[in-house]
Design a protein around this ligand. Structure first.
Ligand code: SME
Length: 138
């Protein structure tokens, strides 16, 4: 249990550091598969609290990434039909899956108030962040 607390603390710190240092990262969170359920559960975040702490697989950008195992970059959230709105200020979103021993166990999710801010560099950077987080989780 103490180990879980320290992992939670590290995940929270990662969220804070990313949000505070990258101006167009306005909300940063980690969702993980919720036990044996076909749903994601929010574990850590930085930014405004969200109502969407549980997301069924397939629903929204996050739920789609849980089943596709692929990065999902959304330059304009208004153009998405399968999207769960957390805040009217959000213009764009990126979700990158987190793999542990080759299994998609969760994801990092970032919302931006800036339209179309995410590049390939963000994808590569967030994949690297997730690899580091997987080391902490293993
Ligand atoms: N927009 C996400 C829901 C999570 S919030 O961004 C924190 C989605 O469509 O899955």
């Amino acid at each position: 249990e103490n180990e879980n607390l320290s992992v939670d603390h590290k995940l929270s710190q990662v969220c804070e550091v990313l949000k505070e240092n990258i101006p167009y990262y306005d909300w940063v969170g980690f969702y993980f598969k919720n036990g044996d359920k076909e749903e994601l559960k929010l574990r850590s975040f930085a930014g405004e609290p969200t109502d969407h702490t549980i997301i069924p697989f397939g629903k929204g950008i996050c739920g789609q990434v849980a089943v596709s195992n692929e990065n999902f970059v959304v330059p304009d959230v208004k153009a998405q039909t399968n999207y769960i709105a957390c805040s009217i200020n959000v213009k764009a979103e990126i979700v990158v899956p987190l793999f542990l021993n080759g299994e998609n166990i969760g994801q990092i999710d970032i919302d931006s108030h800036t339209p179309d801010p995410f590049s390939k560099e963000d994808e590569e950077f967030l994949q690297w962040v997730n690899e580091k987080v997987a080391e902490v989780l293993s």
